[in-house]
Design a protein around this ligand. Sequence first.
Ligand code: SF4
Length: 263
Amino acid sequence: MAYQISATKLQAYQRCPYAYYLRYERKLTTNEFFGSAALGTALHQALAQCHRDWHYRHPLPDLRWVHHCWRQHSAGLTASQVSEGLEILENYYHNFIASEVALTQPLAVEGKIQGYLQVENLEFLIVGRYDRLDFLADGLELIDYKSSREAKLPDEMEMDIQIGLYYLALEQTYQQSLKYLSLLFLRTGEKIRFEATEAHKERVQEMISNLAVRLRYDRGWDATPGEQCDRCTFARYCSAVTANPAPLPETHAKSQLQLVLNL
Ligand code: SF4
Protein backbone atom coordinates (compact mmCIF):
# COMPACT_ATOMS: atom_id res chain seq x y z
CA MET A 1 0.00 0.00 0.00
CA ALA A 2 1.39 3.38 -0.97
CA TYR A 3 1.55 6.54 1.14
CA GLN A 4 -1.14 8.86 -0.17
CA ILE A 5 -0.13 12.38 -1.19
CA SER A 6 -2.25 15.16 -2.67
CA ALA A 7 -1.73 18.81 -3.58
CA THR A 8 -3.47 19.83 -0.32
CA LYS A 9 -1.12 17.66 1.77
CA LEU A 10 2.02 18.76 -0.02
CA GLN A 11 1.01 22.43 0.25
CA ALA A 12 0.49 21.97 4.01
CA TYR A 13 3.93 20.31 4.29
CA GLN A 14 5.59 23.14 2.39
CA ARG A 15 3.96 25.74 4.67
CA CYS A 16 5.06 24.07 7.90
CA PRO A 17 6.36 20.50 8.44
CA TYR A 18 5.29 20.57 12.11
CA ALA A 19 1.69 21.46 11.29
CA TYR A 20 1.77 18.70 8.65
CA TYR A 21 3.07 16.22 11.23
CA LEU A 22 0.33 17.09 13.73
CA ARG A 23 -2.44 16.93 11.18
CA TYR A 24 -1.52 13.97 9.03
CA GLU A 25 0.87 11.88 11.16
CA ARG A 26 -0.45 12.49 14.68
CA LYS A 27 -3.94 12.94 13.23
CA LEU A 28 -4.93 15.75 15.57
CA THR A 29 -8.31 17.05 14.49
CA THR A 30 -9.06 20.66 13.73
CA ASN A 31 -12.30 22.56 13.99
CA GLU A 32 -12.21 24.03 10.54
CA PHE A 33 -15.61 24.96 9.25
CA PHE A 34 -16.59 24.12 5.73
CA GLY A 35 -19.62 26.04 4.53
CA SER A 36 -22.40 24.64 2.43
CA ALA A 37 -21.25 23.92 -1.08
CA ALA A 38 -24.59 22.81 -2.54
CA LEU A 39 -24.73 25.47 -5.27
CA GLY A 40 -21.08 24.92 -6.21
CA THR A 41 -21.60 21.15 -6.43
CA ALA A 42 -24.69 21.54 -8.61
CA LEU A 43 -22.84 23.93 -10.94
CA HIS A 44 -19.90 21.53 -11.27
CA GLN A 45 -22.24 18.63 -12.04
CA ALA A 46 -24.24 20.59 -14.61
CA LEU A 47 -21.06 21.69 -16.41
CA ALA A 48 -19.73 18.13 -16.37
CA GLN A 49 -22.92 16.93 -18.03
CA CYS A 50 -22.90 19.83 -20.47
CA HIS A 51 -19.46 18.89 -21.83
CA ARG A 52 -19.64 15.12 -21.36
CA ASP A 53 -23.12 14.35 -22.71
CA TRP A 54 -23.38 16.76 -25.65
CA HIS A 55 -23.58 14.56 -28.77
CA TYR A 56 -20.99 16.60 -30.72
CA ARG A 57 -22.79 15.96 -34.03
CA HIS A 58 -23.47 19.72 -34.19
CA PRO A 59 -20.58 22.07 -33.51
CA LEU A 60 -22.35 24.04 -30.76
CA PRO A 61 -25.26 23.39 -28.41
CA ASP A 62 -27.74 26.21 -27.92
CA LEU A 63 -28.75 27.68 -24.58
CA ARG A 64 -31.54 25.12 -24.14
CA TRP A 65 -28.91 22.43 -23.64
CA VAL A 66 -27.42 24.36 -20.70
CA HIS A 67 -30.92 24.84 -19.23
CA HIS A 68 -31.55 21.12 -19.59
CA CYS A 69 -28.30 20.23 -17.74
CA TRP A 70 -29.13 22.72 -14.97
CA ARG A 71 -32.57 21.20 -14.42
CA GLN A 72 -30.95 17.78 -13.90
CA HIS A 73 -28.76 19.02 -11.05
CA SER A 74 -30.57 21.88 -9.33
CA ALA A 75 -33.47 19.95 -7.76
CA GLY A 76 -32.27 20.17 -4.13
CA LEU A 77 -31.47 23.89 -4.15
CA THR A 78 -33.45 26.86 -2.84
CA ALA A 79 -35.33 29.02 -5.38
CA SER A 80 -32.74 31.81 -5.11
CA GLN A 81 -29.87 29.34 -5.61
CA VAL A 82 -31.63 27.92 -8.69
CA SER A 83 -31.91 31.35 -10.31
CA GLU A 84 -28.39 32.36 -9.23
CA GLY A 85 -26.99 29.14 -10.71
CA LEU A 86 -28.93 29.63 -13.92
CA GLU A 87 -27.52 33.12 -14.35
CA ILE A 88 -23.98 31.83 -13.76
CA LEU A 89 -24.44 29.07 -16.33
CA GLU A 90 -25.92 31.42 -18.91
CA ASN A 91 -22.89 33.69 -18.51
CA TYR A 92 -20.66 30.65 -18.88
CA TYR A 93 -22.51 29.72 -22.06
CA HIS A 94 -22.00 33.19 -23.60
CA ASN A 95 -18.35 33.47 -22.51
CA PHE A 96 -17.07 29.98 -23.20
CA ILE A 97 -19.44 28.15 -25.54
CA ALA A 98 -21.29 30.58 -27.85
CA SER A 99 -18.02 32.43 -28.53
CA GLU A 100 -16.35 29.28 -29.93
CA VAL A 101 -16.56 27.96 -33.48
CA ALA A 102 -17.17 24.47 -32.14
CA LEU A 103 -17.33 22.85 -28.72
CA THR A 104 -14.34 20.57 -28.22
CA GLN A 105 -15.03 17.22 -26.65
CA PRO A 106 -12.96 16.91 -23.46
CA LEU A 107 -10.70 13.97 -22.75
CA ALA A 108 -12.50 13.55 -19.41
CA VAL A 109 -14.71 15.40 -16.94
CA GLU A 110 -14.85 15.10 -13.14
CA GLY A 111 -11.87 12.78 -13.25
CA LYS A 112 -9.53 11.39 -10.65
CA ILE A 113 -5.82 11.95 -10.76
CA GLN A 114 -3.64 9.02 -9.83
CA GLY A 115 0.10 8.54 -10.10
CA TYR A 116 2.96 6.78 -8.30
CA LEU A 117 6.36 7.82 -7.14
CA GLN A 118 9.03 5.72 -5.43
CA VAL A 119 11.36 7.62 -3.08
CA GLU A 120 13.51 6.43 -0.15
CA ASN A 121 12.07 2.99 -0.62
CA LEU A 122 8.59 4.37 -0.02
CA GLU A 123 5.87 4.31 -2.58
CA PHE A 124 3.71 7.44 -2.85
CA LEU A 125 0.27 7.39 -4.37
CA ILE A 126 -0.56 10.81 -5.85
CA VAL A 127 -4.27 11.57 -5.73
CA GLY A 128 -6.39 14.49 -6.85
CA ARG A 129 -9.47 15.48 -8.80
CA TYR A 130 -10.14 17.75 -11.71
CA ASP A 131 -13.24 19.18 -13.35
CA ARG A 132 -12.22 18.88 -16.99
CA LEU A 133 -9.26 17.69 -19.00
CA ASP A 134 -8.87 18.94 -22.58
CA PHE A 135 -6.57 17.61 -25.21
CA LEU A 136 -4.61 20.38 -27.02
CA ALA A 137 -2.35 20.06 -30.04
CA ASP A 138 0.73 20.34 -27.81
CA GLY A 139 -0.34 18.74 -24.53
CA LEU A 140 -3.09 18.66 -21.91
CA GLU A 141 -5.09 21.44 -20.29
CA LEU A 142 -6.57 20.78 -16.89
CA ILE A 143 -9.52 23.02 -16.03
CA ASP A 144 -10.80 23.72 -12.54
CA TYR A 145 -14.12 25.55 -12.17
CA LYS A 146 -14.25 28.05 -9.32
CA SER A 147 -17.71 28.96 -8.09
CA SER A 148 -16.84 31.04 -5.01
CA ARG A 149 -17.97 34.66 -4.83
CA GLU A 150 -14.44 35.87 -4.40
CA ALA A 151 -12.33 35.44 -7.55
CA LYS A 152 -9.16 35.04 -5.54
CA LEU A 153 -6.10 33.33 -6.99
CA PRO A 154 -4.33 30.74 -4.83
CA ASP A 155 -0.85 31.81 -3.80
CA GLU A 156 2.04 31.06 -6.11
CA MET A 157 3.53 28.27 -4.01
CA GLU A 158 0.18 26.44 -3.85
CA MET A 159 -0.31 26.73 -7.61
CA ASP A 160 3.22 25.50 -8.33
CA ILE A 161 2.69 22.41 -6.17
CA GLN A 162 -0.64 21.60 -7.78
CA ILE A 163 0.80 22.02 -11.28
CA GLY A 164 3.87 19.88 -10.51
CA LEU A 165 1.90 17.09 -8.88
CA TYR A 166 -0.66 16.93 -11.68
CA TYR A 167 2.09 17.09 -14.28
CA LEU A 168 3.70 14.04 -12.71
CA ALA A 169 0.48 12.04 -12.47
CA LEU A 170 -1.01 12.94 -15.87
CA GLU A 171 2.23 12.13 -17.65
CA GLN A 172 2.00 8.59 -16.25
CA THR A 173 -1.66 8.18 -17.17
CA TYR A 174 -1.75 9.79 -20.62
CA GLN A 175 1.94 9.83 -21.69
CA GLN A 176 1.31 13.50 -22.43
CA SER A 177 2.64 16.58 -20.71
CA LEU A 178 0.41 19.00 -18.87
CA LYS A 179 0.60 22.24 -20.82
CA TYR A 180 -1.74 24.44 -18.78
CA LEU A 181 -3.63 24.39 -15.52
CA SER A 182 -6.52 26.82 -15.92
CA LEU A 183 -8.84 28.28 -13.31
CA LEU A 184 -12.20 29.25 -14.68
CA PHE A 185 -14.10 31.65 -12.43
CA LEU A 186 -17.75 30.99 -13.12
CA ARG A 187 -19.15 34.17 -11.56
CA THR A 188 -16.85 36.61 -13.33
CA GLY A 189 -16.34 34.66 -16.56
CA GLU A 190 -12.55 34.95 -16.19
CA LYS A 191 -10.18 32.21 -17.22
CA ILE A 192 -6.65 32.32 -15.82
CA ARG A 193 -4.11 30.03 -17.46
CA PHE A 194 -0.92 28.90 -15.76
CA GLU A 195 1.73 27.35 -17.93
CA ALA A 196 3.03 23.99 -16.67
CA THR A 197 6.66 23.01 -17.18
CA GLU A 198 9.01 20.13 -16.45
CA ALA A 199 10.54 22.36 -13.74
CA HIS A 200 7.25 22.25 -11.77
CA LYS A 201 7.43 18.46 -11.79
CA GLU A 202 11.07 18.43 -10.66
CA ARG A 203 10.37 20.78 -7.74
CA VAL A 204 7.52 18.58 -6.55
CA GLN A 205 9.70 15.47 -6.81
CA GLU A 206 12.29 17.21 -4.62
CA MET A 207 9.60 18.13 -2.08
CA ILE A 208 8.32 14.57 -1.90
CA SER A 209 11.91 13.26 -1.43
CA ASN A 210 12.31 15.70 1.42
CA LEU A 211 9.02 14.54 2.98
CA ALA A 212 10.02 10.89 2.51
CA VAL A 213 13.16 11.35 4.60
CA ARG A 214 11.14 12.86 7.46
CA LEU A 215 8.54 10.14 7.27
CA ARG A 216 11.10 7.35 7.28
CA TYR A 217 13.11 8.66 10.25
CA ASP A 218 10.19 10.42 11.95
CA ARG A 219 12.22 13.52 12.72
CA GLY A 220 12.87 16.95 11.30
CA TRP A 221 9.26 18.10 11.66
CA ASP A 222 10.41 21.64 12.24
CA ALA A 223 7.90 24.38 12.98
CA THR A 224 8.20 27.05 10.31
CA PRO A 225 6.52 30.23 11.54
CA GLY A 226 5.03 32.53 8.94
CA GLU A 227 1.82 34.23 7.87
CA GLN A 228 -0.02 30.91 8.11
CA CYS A 229 0.40 30.85 11.94
CA ASP A 230 -2.54 33.29 12.36
CA ARG A 231 -4.91 30.64 11.00
CA CYS A 232 -3.12 27.57 12.37
CA THR A 233 -5.35 25.47 14.60
CA PHE A 234 -2.27 23.82 16.15
CA ALA A 235 -0.76 27.05 17.49
CA ARG A 236 -1.51 26.06 21.11
CA TYR A 237 0.82 23.04 20.74
CA CYS A 238 3.54 24.95 18.97
CA SER A 239 6.57 26.28 20.88
CA ALA A 240 7.49 28.53 17.94
CA VAL A 241 4.50 30.80 18.65
CA THR A 242 3.29 29.88 22.17
CA ALA A 243 5.36 30.44 25.31
CA ASN A 244 3.94 27.43 27.19
CA PRO A 245 2.61 25.06 24.56
CA ALA A 246 0.00 22.50 25.59
CA PRO A 247 1.13 18.85 25.61
CA LEU A 248 0.06 16.91 22.54
CA PRO A 249 -3.05 14.81 23.22
CA GLU A 250 -2.83 11.04 22.86
CA THR A 251 -4.17 9.79 19.56
CA HIS A 252 -4.72 6.18 18.67
CA ALA A 253 -4.85 6.63 14.93
CA LYS A 254 -1.93 5.01 13.17
CA SER A 255 0.28 7.12 10.97
CA GLN A 256 -0.24 6.32 7.32
CA LEU A 257 3.45 5.41 7.12
CA GLN A 258 2.95 2.70 9.76
CA LEU A 259 0.16 1.28 7.62
CA VAL A 260 2.32 1.49 4.50
CA LEU A 261 5.18 -0.31 6.19
CA ASN A 262 2.76 -2.62 8.00
CA LEU A 263 4.42 -1.92 11.38
S1 SF4 B 1 1.70 27.92 14.56
FE1 SF4 B 1 2.93 28.29 12.73
S2 SF4 B 1 4.90 27.32 13.17
FE2 SF4 B 1 3.46 26.52 14.65
S3 SF4 B 1 2.67 24.61 13.75
FE3 SF4 B 1 1.27 26.23 13.15
S4 SF4 B 1 2.02 26.93 11.18
FE4 SF4 B 1 3.69 25.79 12.12
